[in-house]
Design a protein around this ligand. Structure first.
Ligand code: MN
Length: 473
């Protein structure tokens, strides 16, 4: 019995019959008998594989512990582990690095709030709790996802939490589908720590609100974002909501940057590249003038916004980012496709010029070639708008496809056009419009069907109203 391990069940995976047992450290086991949370168990540990899943021949239940006792065990273990990983030094180093670049009072405040989130994250991680990480599918969101991924890789060197799930979010809302999916996963577990959901770079919108409120009530939610969203009710209900705006910052402090700060407590691997890619990708004023960062941002934007790469998992993207030869290759591939598609778009544009401001429309079907990689229409609209406005100054770009009308407006004229208000008016007078959303510079309308005629009617009305707004001012 010399190799006997005695510990307390800290997490139960009901579906797979797998358990995290906390002795002097966490261990994953598969048990032949059903265990419950807080059971004190013992088993022969002579063949324990440090990082994997261990299947002892016999597991014996010796009694029951209390939540309090287990929490104390875990917290002293977490304390020792974070010391050995050098959390406080890492925090200081990152702060010293960022302060000369991002000179705002918001940064130290964000650091302090993030520190609390990291402590929660590490506690969940080592107790074996399930963790879902959802990141937006663009350069900023995926940079943040990758930063958290590198932190997870670091922690996995100590203990392999087998219950980590990565989801690339293809909508800007924490929608019902995501909510149902997360609940189904979390329902399979019982743990000393509540299951944890991490949201990066999306969901600060009214359509997320019911789902967010409910998930925050039942589970632990860490939410890193930089989209302006002023809703007091939400701020009260979500404890770990780190949005740059709520700390006296603005969208220039990107979600990817916040996620990099989060990860920097745990590891500094590749943080600079990811941070810079995030800043470049979201046009932050803090973006460095660096070719490597532009390359990384272009590649990350491309693979997250192109249908052909939609099956790439976070691990695969992580390996790509760490392979500079592959990155160069992917960059020229992305540049070729983007340029080709922008060219095609420019030659198929319809221009409704007005008061020196161009209103450009494009039928996305015109640039979609069968069998070719093509960038997702929403992302494409933004790129096209960038090119048009750099050529002709302030502009409005409208791309339509299937059931969607996607509108991009130059910042300087966005306020007087007041897109969201205009969209709501259109929605009220056209019964074929299903929904609309976005913000003053980028928004879209969704139709109820993919019939072309109702969409064209809405499009004509939209052009007319935008023209009127431009004429008025
Ligand atoms: Mn972002």
């Amino acid at each position: 019995m010399s190799a006997s391990i005695r510990g307390i069940v800290s997490c139960v995976n009901h579906i797979d019959g797998e358990y995290t047992i906390f002795s002097d450290k966490p261990i994953n086991i598969k048990s032949n008998i059903v265990l419950e949370l807080y059971d004190i168990v013992s088993f022969d540990g002579s063949a324990v594989i440090e990082s994997g899943l261990y299947t002892p021949d016999i597991v014996t239940i010796e009694g029951k512990s209390s939540k309090q006792e287990l929490v104390e065990h875990i917290s002293s273990y977490v304390h020792a582990t974070t010391e050995s990983l050098g959390f406080s030094k890492n925090k200081k180093d990152m702060l010293t690095k960022l302060q000369p670049i991002i000179k705002t009072e918001a940064i130290p405040k964000i650091f302090n709030a993030i520190e609390i989130c990291v402590a929660e994250f590490v506690k969940s991680f080592f107790s074996g709790s399930p963790i879902i990480i959802r990141f937006h599918n663009d350069g900023d969101g995926v940079s943040g996802g990758l930063a958290v991924y590198s932190a997870v890789m670091k922690l996995q060197e100590i203990f392999v939490n087998k219950n980590i799930f990565w989801e690339m979010q293809r909508t800007i809302a924490y929608d019902l589908d995501s909510y149902i999916n997360d609940n189904l996963i979390f329902r399979n577990y019982d743990g000393v720590e509540n299951p944890l959901l991490i949201i990066i770079d999306f969901a600060s919108s009214d359509s997320s609100l019911p789902q967010i409120n409910d998930i925050a009530k039942k589970y632990k939610l860490i939410w890193l974002d930089h989209h302006i969203y002023d809703n007091k009710a939400l701020l009260d209900s979500v404890r770990y909501y780190i949005n740059s705006w709520n700390f006296g910052g603005d969208s220039n402090i990107t979600a990817g940057l916040i996620a990099c700060i989060f990860s920097s407590f745990i590891t500094n691997v590749n943080i600079d590249l990811l941070m810079n890619a995030s800043l470049v990708s979201d046009h932050s004023i803090y973006a460095p003038d660096s070719a490597v960062a532009v390359e990384a941002s272009t590649v990350l934007d491309f693979i997250t916004g192109t249908r052909a790469y939609s099956s790439m998992g976070i691990g695969e993207i992580y390996r790509l980012v760490n392979d500079s030869a592959k990155m160069h290759e992917m960059y020229s591939h992305a540049e070729n496709i983007l340029n080709e598609q922008i060219e095609m778009g420019l030659s198929n544009l319809k221009i409704h010029s007005n008061g020196g401001i161009r209103i450009c429309t494009l039928d996305f079907d015109k640039i979609k070639e069968d069998g070719k990689d093509y960038i997702l229409p929403g992302r494409y609209s933004s790129k096209l708008q960038d090119v048009i406005s750099s050529k002709y100054g302030n502009a409005v770009t409208i791309v339509y496809y299937n059931r969607f009308i996607s509108v991009r407006i130059s910042k300087a004229i966005s306020e007087r056009i007041d897109l969201i208000n205009m969209f709501n008016g259109i929605k009220n007078s056209f019964s074929d419009v299903e929904s609309c959303g976005g913000h003053t510079e980028a928004a879209s309308i969704k139709m109820k069907t993919s019939d072309k005629e109702p969409l064209m009617a809405v499009l004509r009305e939209l052009i007319k109203q935008i023209q009127n707004k431009i004429m008025q001012t």
